[in-house]
Design a protein around this ligand. Structure first.
Ligand code: PHB
Length: 361
């Protein structure tokens, strides 16, 4: 099942083993992709599809040190090296377009500005400053209604830059408590304008961003990632089936490449119970990718066999097993990853995990 081809828009993926977007925090000065990024992604080009690490569409969208962007010329040049190398190796790669909203701090913002969000509600927890100190999240500034079109335009430009950089498509990051998700869920969106209140209003920003990105790529090369379950980044919604059901239906008109949905993790508190891919199947006609917590072939094949998802995104296993599809196919040993090198640093823990052939040689 994992090794049957699957269609994603005009692409035919040779397998259903997707490399999930993963922040690796190795970007250079100017938020330019690392010189090692072409090697890192090319080592993983046997994935049915690679989705890059989350990549901010604007300086305002930055929330962490050393994450790459897609708004400057140097960033586009850096990403071109990645897409060229992945394509030469026979792979397919989508860029994940990101704006963190409130998950930032003034040291990462231009002129030490407050991070922005749908509403002025601070997340619990801490954020890392530009000089690597932990600081409590600040209360973000609620966006004025008239500013929102400018952020939609940042996503459109990011999408255009991703096209110029040679990607095969883009994924809109609507998950994990970042800006789009902050608009979707009522724990973070208490607006009284056309972007808050009803599910239609809370999904409006997602729909407008999608429309803008689709204007560049066409729907069939655009995916959207949603995380209906996670409480990560202090997220909550009182009725997730209502907002995420509406969001999935509202995206139908774009004939998107795929919907990418994460499962519940241990400890997630989801009113009405965890939401799995089966919830989205009747609402969304194209490819569904299921993600989060896949650590065995059996678990992945069980989800595919259920018929509720068409492909499975693997995260940490792809860090430590660059040739993950081959290993899954052969039921080979899966190497454990070293968490200490997941975020930041250099080649260690980034491009030095061997492929199976190298490991047995
Ligand atoms: C992170 O950097 O911790 C991070 C980034 C993007 C996500 C989730 C986590 O979607």
């Amino acid at each position: 099942m994992l090794f049957d081809p699957v269609k994603v828009g005009p692409l035919t993926l040779p397998n259903r083993v997707v490399m999930a977007p993963m922040t690796r925090s190795r970007a250079k000065a100017g938020f330019v992709p690392s010189d090692l990024a072409p090697t890192y992604y090319t080592q993983r080009a046997s994935a049915g599809l690679i989705v890059t690490e989350a990549t901010q569409v604007s300086p305002q969208g930055i929330g962490y040190v050393h994450t790459p962007g897609i708004y400057s010329k140097a960033q586009v040049e850096g990403w071109k090296k990645v897409t060229d190398a992945v394509h030469k190796a026979g792979g397919r790669i989508f860029l994940q377009l990101w704006h963190v909203g409130r998950i930032s701090n003034p040291t990462l913002q231009e002129n030490n500005a407050l991070p922005v969000a749908p509403s002025a509600i601070a997340p619990k927890g801490e954020s890392m400053t530009i000089d690597y100190k932990m600081t409590p999240y600040v209360t973000p500034r609620a966006l004025e209604t008239h500013e929102i079109a400018g952020i939609v335009e940042d996503f459109r430009k990011g999408a255009q830059n991703a096209k110029d950089a040679g990607f095969d498509g883009v994924e809109i990051h609507g998950a994990n408590g970042y800006l789009i998700d902050q608009f979707l869920r009522d724990g973070t969106n208490q607006r009284t304008d056309q972007y808050g209140g009803s599910v239609e209003n809370r999904a409006r920003f997602l729909v407008e961003v999608t429309e803008a990105v689709v204007s560049v790529w066409g729907g069939e090369r655009v995916g959207v990632r949603l995380s209906p379950n996670t409480n990560f980044n202090d997220m909550f919604d009182s009725n997730p089936r209502a907002i995420f059901g509406h969001a999935a239906k509202a995206l139908e008109r774009f004939n998107l490449a795929y919907l990418h949905v994460t499962r519940a993790g241990p400890g997630d508190d989801v009113p009405g119970g965890p939401i799995d891919a089966d919830f989205f199947r009747p609402l969304f006609r194209n490819t569904i990718i299921s993600a989060a917590g896949y650590s065995t072939k059996e678990d992945a094949e069980k989800q595919l066999k259920s018929g509720n998802a068409d492909a499975i995104a693997f995260a940490t296993l792809f860090i430590s097993n660059p040739d993950l599809p081959a290993r899954l196919k052969q039921n080979a040993h899966l190497a454990p990853g070293d968490r200490a090198t997941f975020y930041g640093g250099d080649a260690k823990g980034y491009i030095d995990y061997p492929s199976l052939e190298a490991a047995v040689a």
